[in-house]
Design a protein around this ligand. Structure first.
Ligand SMILES: [Zn+2]
Length: 333
């Protein structure tokens, strides 16, 4: 087994070429004064090329990305690799250890990026992660899943008006792509602010491993490696036939009770179609919900226990064409 080294930051110039390195990157000191580290694997190709990052478990209970990264880094042909792959199987260590989405209760790490050098504990964690781990990357694939009590299609959130990220999104072969420029505080937007081409891939459900989705996402990463000419590919990597959405939004309950959501994932619904109902605990229907416009089901709630304000369904609004118009002045791959 390769030794694990503890480092202050990922410095690619200090890592030997032609090897996969196992690192622990110091982020903060805990209340005992001990190092609190994130694990990272770095494949250092023998030939020059870009740096592709792959991150998982920014939300601590979103785990499908862990075996994706383990397999990627176990099998990668490092002798043929051009450039480097930096992979972090768990970004949110406290959340992972506590089987929790957040960094700490009420603190979503994916709303704290890029953090602050002199802020709260969460902001410092985010800041140092971005500075010490993310900064050397040129491209980033951030792997997530649905949250507890919800299920997702295999979908990608990406800025589809940027040719570079649009191409990365298509290469994942997802069922759905949602155009989204990146909410403030997300790792994707913090990476984009550093000039890194970044997408978010939603891989199934939380707190479990789903073999088919893991395999499919791994293929998506290899497609990007091939497209970037980081690994040899015998032919051009395939682009999936994803449903492209120009935007998406969640529909919420306004009445508490027992929630049933009717459409299946990736199903197309029409304006006015009944999508959910809430009954009281005695079985009387107290609310029925209909789609306010035509769309496709990106994700949905599976948890019947719904307070007022609970999520019902994530509706994607399809784009009229196959592509969105590119933003002027964007670097093209
Ligand atoms: Zn997530």
């Amino acid at each position: 087994m390769t030794a694990v080294r503890t480092v202050d930051r990922i410095e690619l110039d200090n890592l030997a070429l032609g090897e996969v390195h196992r690192l622990r990157v110091r982020l903060i000191d805990n209340g005992l004064g001990d190092d609190y580290c994130v694990p990272a694997l770095v494949a250092q190709g023998r030939y020059p090329g870009p740096v592709l990052g792959v991150t998982a478990a920014v939300h601590g209970n979103e785990l499908n990305g862990i075996p994706i990264i383990q397999r990627l880094m176990a099998d990668i042909a490092v002798d043929e690799l051009c450039g480097s792959v930096v992979a972090v199987p768990v970004v949110n260590i406290p959340g992972y250890l506590e089987n929790r989405r957040e960094l700490a209760p009420g603190f979503d790490l994916n709303r704290l990026m890029p953090g602050k050098p002199d802020g709260t504990a969460g902001q410092v964690y985010a800041h140092r992660f971005v500075r010490r781990v993310i900064a050397p990357m040129h491209y980033l694939i951030d792997l997530h899943t649905a949250s507890f009590g919800r299920v997702n299609s295999l979908y990608v959130r990406a800025d589809m008006r940027s040719p570079a990220t649009a191409e990365m999104a298509r290469l994942q072969g997802p069922q759905i792509i949602v155009h989204n420029e990146g909410a403030d505080g997300t790792l994707r937007s913090a990476a984009a602010d550093l000039g890194i081409q970044a997408i978010t891939v939603e891989v199934g459900d939380p707190q479990r491993f789903q073999r088919d989705l893991i395999r499919s996402s791994l293929r998506g990463i290899y497609n990007v490696l091939g497209h970037l000419r980081m690994l040899p590919m015998s032919s051009d990597p395939p682009r999936g036939k994803a449903v492209l959405c120009q935007r998406s939004y969640w529909i919420y309950t306004d009445h508490g009770g027992v929630l049933e959501v009717f459409p299946a994932l990736t199903e197309r619904v029409q304006a006015g179609q009944r999508i959910a109902r809430v009954t009281n605990i005695f079985g009387d229907v107290v609310r029925e919900y209909t789609a306010s416009c035509d769309g496709v089901v990106v994700g949905k709630s599976t948890n019947p226990v719904a307070q007022a304000g609970a999520r019902i369904l994530h509706l994607g609004i399809e784009a009229t064409g196959e592509v969105l118009p590119p933003r002027q002045g964007d670097p093209f791959l």
